[in-house]
Write a new protein. Structure first.
Ligand SMILES: Nc1ncnc2c1ncn2[C@@H]1O[C@H](COP(=O)(O)OP(=O)(O)OP(=O)(O)O)[C@@H](O)[C@H]1O
Ligand SMILES: [Mg+2]
Length: 394
């Protein structure tokens, strides 16, 4: 079972490439579900077919849908919010501040991924191709399940017993109804399910770009953030390449693109870089999309696995001074100044260019101190040595 998520800067051709890939894979005999999580819903336009929130077969082996279903746990979520507002209000926080605190961003967006997970788990499809929103939004979306889960675990009571335990502290007035407990458990289960889908070995991200310096710069930053959150890139698709020849204007563009294309190749070592030409007309409708897919992948497998290699790795590296561990995280293209590292109890907090990941440290590292860190060859390396206060002595 493969899940391939397509993302990239606005307008570069994500929807077109996702549809071309899905159409090609279906034509090769696999059962494919093509999903759009983008609320702009241009997938229907690219396919030239009406789509709904349930899969419709648009060709043998190829079904598609666009996710609209925000109603899914909206109800549960509003119960939870009302409870939180009461709870925080009861704790002496003003009603307005309490309202603001509970405007937890992104709970709605999780729905989209949650629905993708349900379809992926249905056993009906060999491949699920997801046409995502532009990069920034997609990155936020992919980071969300972990962030929300973290929040839920710490800020919200996750167990009935804990929830009950809070009531006396707050004067007993805010004992939650079962509906609240259910809403927390449901949200938590949805988050775990979505995270499992994202962490699944068969899930990877495909970055679509055009051969322009600004677009490449954004793609490089996206690669850093994807790696930070443990999402694997499987390839890079360069769209709208202008064929050389013809008049001076065209030749100039072709030369400029060719220079950027070289930078694309050096920017993503080890990753396949596939190319699609600027077509004479918009590639709309299945025949045009299948042709584009065939052009894009040639004789290569459109579902090839991402390259091997651990994004996150922990090793024991004892030396003369004693026990020592190294935790490394792939952070391609990250600049030294843009990386911040903090230790908070059993967590290592890594922030890169405004994106933060709270990494739960494996038990042994939880009993260590961070004694050094550096960034080299696209990896952040953090060195740990035993904390004398926590390390068991022989
Ligand atoms: N190789 C190509 N040649 C010509 N036109 C193309 C090509 N690829 C995409 N297009 C056209 O460019 C426009 C934008 O493409 P598309 O909708 O796939 O981009 P997108 O990245 O999904 O955009 P958005 O960020 O708005 O979701 C569409 O009209 C599409 O038909
Ligand atoms: Mg699109």
């Amino acid at each position: 079972m493969r899940v391939v998520l397509f993302t990239g800067k606005g307008g570069v051709g994500k929807t077109t490439m996702a549809a071309a890939t899905a159409a090609l894979v279906a034509a090769q005999g696999q059962k494919v579900l093509l999903v759009s999580t983008d609320r702009a819903h241009s997938l229907a336009d690219a396919l030239r077919m009406p789509l709904g929130s349930e899969p419709v077969e648009i060709d043998p082996g190829l079904s598609a849908l666009q996710l609209d279903a925000l109603a899914r746990f909206e109800q549960g979520w509003s119960v939870l919010r009302r409870y939180l507002v009461d709870l925080l209000g009861g704790a002496g926080i003003g009603a307005v501040a309490a309202e603001e605190l509970t405007l937890l961003p992104g709970a709605e967006e999780i729905l989209a991924l949650s629905a993708v997970r349900d379809h992926a788990a249905s056993g009906q499809w060999d491949v699920v191709v997801v046409d995502c929103a532009p990069t920034a939004e997609t990155l936020r979306l992919l980071a969300l399940p972990r962030a929300l889960q973290w929040y839920l675990e710490r800020v919200l009571p996750t167990h009935r017993r804990m929830v009950r335990g809070l009531a006396p502290l707050l004067g007993g007035a805010t004992r939650p109804a079962d509906a609240v407990v259910d809403a927390v458990s449901q949200l938590s289960a949805e988050l775990l399910g979505v995270q499992a889908l994202l962490d699944h070995d068969g899930t990877s991200v495909r970055l679509v770009l055009t051969a322009e310096a600004v677009v490449l710069a954004e793609a490089r930053r996206a690669a850093t953030t994807l790696a930070l959150f443990g999402h694997r890139l499987d390839s890079v698709l360069v769209n709208r390449l202008i064929p050389g020849g013809g008049d001076a204007w065209r030749a100039t563009w072709a030369a400029a693109q060719s220079a950027v294309l070289t930078d694309v190749e050096t920017s993503f070592p080890g990753l396949p870089v596939r190319r699609a030409a600027y077509q004479g007309a918009e590639p709309i409708g299945l025949p045009a999309l299948v042709a584009m897919g065939a052009d894009l992948y040639g004789t290569e497998d459109p579902l090839a696995d991402p390259p091997a290699g651990d994004l996150l790795d922990v090793r024991r590296t004892p030396d003369d001074e004693g026990e020592r561990f190294e935790l490394t995280i792939a952070l391609p293209h990250a600049e030294r100044d843009a990386v911040e590292l903090a230790r908070s109890g059993d967590e290592l907090v890594v922030t890169v260019g405004g994106y933060r990941r709270q990494l739960a440290l494996p038990g042994v590292l939880g009993r260590c101190q961070v004694t050094g860190a550096d960034l080299a060859q696209g990896r952040l390396r953090v060195v740990f040595r035993p904390d004398p206060d926590l390390w068991p002595t022989a």
